[in-house]
Design a binder for this molecule. Structure first.
Ligand code: HEC
Ligand code: HEC
Ligand code: HEC
Ligand code: HEC
Ligand code: HEC
Ligand code: HEC
Ligand code: HEC
Ligand code: HEC
Length: 434
């Protein structure tokens, strides 16, 4: 072969190869060739050079606040310090300040002027007053707040007072930093409103990216009794977030998120965000079918509608058979955990009635076993099931339930007259072998 022939052959092969590659590229082209490389938008500080007196002076007294607010979309939309902080002289907690009156902690009543829909949805949720009542009880609520609390369709169940016994044992000096650190998300205000939007919208940036990321929920949704963050982290959705999240479009227009922007589920996507056919909600109960936090879970009043709403979210990324099968299996697992926690509850009541437990809460080790059986492990098993965390469903959940149940049963053998341990009950009915 002459060198010329070799050269021509090489050129022809190359041309054919490139042509083929081009055809293949057209055939197997991804749906969209555009991809946001990083969702983090670096915004200008729009307050640089501002002549607003609050801004000018606070650029010296609290530069961090001005700096943060300057980067927010609200500042860019010309919302001013005054819009949230300035109130009438007789407003609850008004402070005389530089010729006007300000509040140092703007409440949802002030956000409501411009965000009525978000505030109404938040008020109808368990993030509102029910979260606060869970710790403080409803006895000290004002008439307006009590009426609002009682009107929340899914707000009532407050199953068990044992945590409140823990709060009482700890005392106010501690609970300010413990229970209330999380449950103040629904705290009532003297101006008649309730809640702390800033628990998710960290002031003063009010960044969508920050509110949407799971770390925001991690402030409260962690720990042995509600390890949703830990479960999420080990789930396929969490893996996608932790490995690929930096490429997602976190600033997508609210209500108009597509799977192109956020291709795997996050806490906010499943519980709050509008994505595809699902609309945004600040009522985090809107998409739930069970009261999973209960010792023995029951259905929510509007559970069939709620289920449709959650499944609408799933179906942005999964097909309907997959989602229906998942729900059938997760319902069955919830009912199985219910059988265990129901047995724990029945034993607790029987032991109480037999005088085998002291009236004093948490004064004996068995009180802790009875409590943790449902409050830590029963819940964790259910959460692990519903949010795809097999290790939590198993080793921090079902396994621990069985262990606690064994302990409570053994205690009943010793302290409850006439109690028959299930393994002996099986023997008596002929099911056993010994
Ligand atoms: C002349 C300077 C100046 C001006 C003008 C000014 N502030 Fe202040 N502001 C301060 C200083 C100083 C503090 C106190 C900071 C401290 O205590 O650490 C303060 C405190 C505050 C506080 C907290 C009040 C508290 O007691 O907790 C708020 C809220 C506030 N300012 C908002 C505003 C708003 C809104 C405006 C515009 C209407 C404004 N400020 C105008 C200087 C100013
Ligand atoms: C969209 C509403 C909003 C706007 C606009 C706003 N703030 Fe605030 N501000 C808040 C919220 C919410 C808090 C948090 C109160 C809390 O956590 O208890 C707060 C707290 C504060 C505090 C007291 C708390 C602290 O950390 O010292 C100061 C001072 C303050 N803001 C100043 C300003 C200034 C100055 C501006 C304008 C540059 C401004 N704010 C704009 C909502 C707003
Ligand atoms: C005077 C009207 C006004 C008040 C009061 C107000 N906001 Fe806003 N807010 C706006 C406007 C306008 C936008 C839209 C900015 C945009 O998307 O361009 C906005 C946007 C937002 C966003 C979305 C940010 C984004 O990037 O899209 C959040 C979150 C928010 N506000 C929270 C709050 C909270 C919390 C309060 C009360 C502490 C509050 N706002 C008070 C007018 C207001
Ligand atoms: C780390 C944040 C955090 C702390 C601290 C905390 N909780 Fe909670 N609590 C939560 C979350 C989150 C839930 C919701 C769990 C769910 O829905 O699955 C919850 C649920 C509850 C519930 C059940 C819901 C209801 O309305 O009845 C009660 C009661 C409760 N907590 C009381 C307390 C008490 C009392 C303390 C202090 C001894 C406390 N919590 C400490 C975050 C916290
Ligand atoms: C549990 C966390 C959480 C709390 C509490 C919360 N938000 Fe939000 N908020 C979010 C998330 C997440 C988004 C982004 C929704 C999305 O992805 O579409 C959001 C979005 C918003 C937006 C932009 C929505 C739009 O459609 O333009 C506003 C305005 C807003 N929140 C106001 C508030 C106000 C006012 C409160 C208090 C009454 C509040 N939020 C409390 C998590 C929260
Ligand atoms: C400051 C603490 C706090 C933060 C931050 C927080 N939550 Fe919660 N959340 C709670 C508490 C407390 C409850 C339980 C309220 C109750 O039932 O009494 C709760 C309950 C819930 C529930 C169950 C509601 C119901 O109807 O039973 C969901 C779902 C939820 N949160 C989702 C989220 C998501 C998603 C985020 C982050 C975007 C988030 N939360 C951020 C404290 C918080
Ligand atoms: C793939 C979607 C998905 C993701 C991601 C997700 N959840 Fe959930 N979550 C669910 C489903 C489904 C349920 C159970 C719904 C039911 O009762 O039908 C649930 C239940 C809950 C509950 C229990 C409410 C109760 O009844 O006690 C809380 C609280 C909660 N999620 C918070 C979170 C938080 C916080 C994150 C992120 C750390 C998160 N979820 C991530 C889908 C999700
Ligand atoms: C925005 C897209 C998106 C949404 C919404 C979404 N998922 Fe997923 N899901 C994913 C991705 C991506 C994976 C990881 C894919 C894989 O495992 O190959 C996944 C994996 C899963 C898995 C594990 C699959 C397996 O093979 O083990 C389950 C179960 C699941 N999702 C259930 C749900 C449920 C239930 C919902 C609604 C409550 C939901 N997902 C919502 C994107 C999503």
């Amino acid at each position: 072969m002459s060198r010329q022939r070799v050269l021509i052959t090489a050129v022809v092969v190359t041309i054919v190869f490139i042509g083929l590659a081009a055809v293949l590229a057209v055939i197997f082209r991804p749906v969209s060739t555009e991809r946001v490389e990083s969702g983090s938008i670096v915004r200008q500080n729009v307050l640089v050079g501002s002549t607003n007196p609050c801004v000018q002076c606070h650029a010296n007294s609290t530069p961090g606040i001005v700096q943060q607010y300057g980067h927010s979309t609200m500042a860019a939309a010309n919302v001013k310090c005054e819009d949230c902080h300035v109130v009438a002289a007789d407003y609850p907690n008004a402070i005389a300040h530089e010729g006007t009156y300000v509040v140092n902690s703007p409440t949802p009543a002030l956000c409501q002027k411009c965000h009525a829909r978000e505030v109404t949805q938040f008020n109808a949720s368990r993030h509102g007053l029910p979260a606060y009542v869970a710790v403080a009880g409803s006895q000290n609520l004002s008439e307006t707040h009590l009426a609002q609390y009682l009107s929340i369709a899914e707000g009532q169940p407050s199953p068990d007072k044992s945590r409140n016994a823990i709060a009482a044992l700890e005392g106010d000096a501690i609970t300010r930093f413990t229970c209330y650190g999380c449950h103040n998300i629904g705290r009532p205000h003297e101006d008649g409103s309730a809640g702390e939007c800033q628990m998710c919208h960290l002031r003063h940036e009010f960044s969508l990216e920050q509110a949407r990321k799971p770390e925001t929920c991690n402030f409260c949704h962690i720990g042995p009794d509600h390890p949703q963050y830990e479960i999420y982290t080990e789930s396929p959705h969490g893996i996608a977030y932790h490995t690929m999240g930096h490429t997602w479009n976190w600033e997508a227009e609210p209500g108009l998120i597509t799977v192109e922007d956020i291709p795997a589920a996050t806490c906010a996507i499943c519980h709050i965000s509008g994505i595809g056919a699902a609309s945004t909600t600040h009522d985090v109960g809107d998409r739930l079918t069970w009261f999973l936090f209960d010792p023995v879970s029951t259905r929510r009043p509007a559970w069939t509608d709620n289920k449709v709403r959650m499944q609408t979210v799933c179906m942005e990324c999964h097909n309907s058979n997959f989602v229906n099968d998942f729900y059938t299996a997760a319902d069955a697992a919830t009912e199985r955990v219910n059988e265990w926690t129901q047995e724990g509850e029945d034993l607790r009541v029987a032991l109480m009635q037999a005088g085998a437990l002291t009236a004093e809460p948490f004064d004996e080790p068995i009180d802790f076993a009875i409590y943790e059986l449902w409050h830590h492990w029963g819940r964790t098993a259910k959460f692990g099931v519903w949010m795809q965390g097999p290790d939590y469903a198993q080793w921090h959940g079902a396994y621990e339930v069985l262990q606690a149940l064994a302990e409570v049963r053994e205690y009943a053998v010793e302290h409850l007259p006439g109690y028959v341990h299930p393994r002996h009950a099986e023997t008596e009915s002929g099911g056993g072998s010994d």
